[in-house]
Write a protein that binds this ligand. Sequence first.
Ligand SMILES: [Zn+2]
Length: 173
Amino acid sequence: MKTKKCLECSTQIQDNVWDYSVKNFGVPLCQDCQKNLKVPLQKATDEAKLLYFALRARGVPAELEKWDGNKHIDIAVTKSKLNIEVDGVHHNTNLKQTVADLRRTYHSFKKGYFTLRIPNTILRDDEAFQEAVDLVFEIAEISVKRNRANNGASKSKHQNEGLLSRILSLIGD
Ligand SMILES: [Zn+2]
């Protein structure tokens, strides 16, 4: 028989824990993860949950229903400075909502975070869903590398400043 694992942390779980979790949370989770994800899972839409667990399965350190100080982000990947919003149709048809979304995107962008808006309809089709997961995974990967490169650049700039001040102090004598 295939061993049963927690979808969040891959810990092996017993049949009764599996059954309880699937019945109460819709997904198999160990007892710790049931506790940790209880509130996020209550708030998240089915499409957001689907994308979240698909990303977790690919090793992306995603967080569900992450609080950003103003509002909950559907899925956040802090390491990649990536916010993912899984949008219902009203985000495209309600003008007020669309402008509010853009304003949020702007404020996050100013803080260095990229917001990816994914219409929930593409997550309902298996083929489109797979492609979406692949692309989000790639974006998260590229973002990590890019942020690392930027950090490296700012570090070397800092080091240069240290070097410059040393040179100035040496030739200033
Ligand atoms: Zn777990």
